[in-house]
Design a protein around this ligand. Structure first.
Ligand SMILES: C[S@@+](CC[C@H](N)C(=O)[O-])C[C@H]1O[C@@H](n2cnc3c(N)ncnc32)[C@H](O)[C@@H]1O
Length: 383
């Protein structure tokens, strides 16, 4: 079988999406050997290109079809490396100006979660505010598709990297949030919407989307927050958020808007993905950088509650932010399933970013000029 540890650059995956999730992608597929894995990665390429193509359209005409498992896995490999750490950046930023309602008992909902790589950012941030017990945390993953194999991979990764009895409860709800009755629980401390608004605006009129979103925001606890985040530069998004915060019928108030300027999200891409998946062809060029925009809403003040939160004095004490630590630190790495040598040689890995390009063509490319994905592909046209 071909496991993560069999990759010659495995020690460079440390602390990355690939360490955490791609090694489980390999476990899940249990490829006979490297060649079989390479064939499968090549099979995913047209699906990744099709996705890229669908994201090039205007904000109101984005209709990716995620129904095929191959498309879902192409999305997972192409976009989740960037998206799995977005929330840790946003939550760290927000934590400087307000207390976030994240505790060991939080009830968290990820709307349009897709594969749900957001889980990594949320758990990673939770660790920085000293949360180490996750067993009482609850997550609801809501999406109109079931994202079967990629969710299985992500849940398997959580089971491997957290103690078996320390895994949060994960509930999956498959509904179209714009059309179906909203049958999700109430009392969420946090509701996340990441990278999905443009798809909603392609399916329904702005006011219908706003009505639906405000109904979901009603499911927040009094201190709860709804956090919307997108890759920066989607024109039209700000306009929609302004409409949302001003909508008379919306039972919501805007708390804060913010940006995370362009940052290096990915330091190293596994060699096998560079040679068999991202082949530097139109529509399939890896993104190493990301920049984000976010906006936070809460439920409108309700007379039943005892205080009106204020932007500055929202909550006086904020949790201490610890030094940036790896998600894996303090976790039990002994329960590693098939990827049994994980963690054994992770200390002296180098990464492409700090040490400069390696010898092959891919690593010598000027990645600043070769970013791709919804925003930069859209504006810079990588062809
Ligand atoms: C670009 S993906 C984002 C996935 C994930 N949030 C992330 O950042 O990787 C957009 C997601 O929105 C979901 N979606 C689109 N329209 C939806 C709807 N009407 N109801 C529920 N989910 C929807 C899609 O199925 C897809 O999973």
């Amino acid at each position: 079988m071909f496991w993560g540890v069999d990759n010659k650059d495995f020690n460079q995956w440390e602390g990355t999406f690939y360490d955490f999730f791609f090694s489980h992608f390999l476990n899940y597929h249990a490829f006979k050997d490297e060649r079989e894995c390479a064939l499968y990665l090549n099979q995913l390429r047209p699906y990744a290109k099709e996705l890229w193509q669908s994201y090039q359209n205007d904000i109101n005409s984005i209709f990716p079809d995620y129904s095929n498992t191959l498309t879902q896995e192409a999305y997972f490999l192409r976009y989740c490396p960037l998206y799995s750490d977005s929330l840790v950046k946003i939550l760290e930023n927000l934590n400087n100006s307000m207390e976030l309602p994240i505790t060991e008992n939080s009830n968290i909902c990820i709307i349009s979660a897709g594969p749900s790589s957001e889980l990594r950012g949320i758990l990673d941030f939770s660790k920085t505010i000293k949360i180490s017990s996750f067993k009482n945390m609850k997550f609801s993953l809501v999406d109109k598709m079931d994202w079967k194999s990629t969710r299985t991979i992500i849940k398997q990764a959580l089971h491997d990297y957290l103690d078996e009895d320390n895994v949060p409860e994960i509930k999956e709800v498959t509904i179209d949030i714009l059309s179906d009755p909203i049958i999700i629980d109430t009392d969420y401390d946090l509701i996340f919407f990441q990278n999905c608004i443009n798809e909603y605006l392609s399916q329904k009129q702005n006011n219908e989307v706003m009505n639906r979103i405000s109904k979901i925001i009603e499911k927040l606890t009094p201190q709860g927050l709804a956090i919307f985040s997108e890759r920066a530069s989607y024109k039209g998004m700000n306009l929609f958020f302004n409409e949302l915060s001003e909508a008379e019928n919306a039972n919501i108030i805007e708390l804060i808007k913010g940006k995370i300027p362009k940052y290096r999200s990915i330091k190293h891409i596994p060699h096998i993905l560079k040679t068999e998946f991202f082949k530097n062809e139109s529509g399939l060029i890896a993104s190493y950088n990301n920049s984000l925009e976010y906006i936070v809403f809460k439920k409108k003040y309700n007379k039943g509650f005892s205080f009106i939160p204020d932007k500055k004095n929202f909550i006086p004490e904020k949790p201490e932010i610890l030094g940036k630590k790896s998600f894996y630190e303090g976790f039990n790495l002994s329960n590693l399933g098939a990827n049994k040598n994980f963690g054994s040689k992770l200390n002296d890995g180098t990464d492409d970013f700090i040490n400069g390009p390696l010898s092959d063509e891919w690593d010598s490319a000027d990645w600043e000029d070769y970013m791709s994905g919804p925003d930069d592909d859209f504006f810079e046209n990588n062809d």
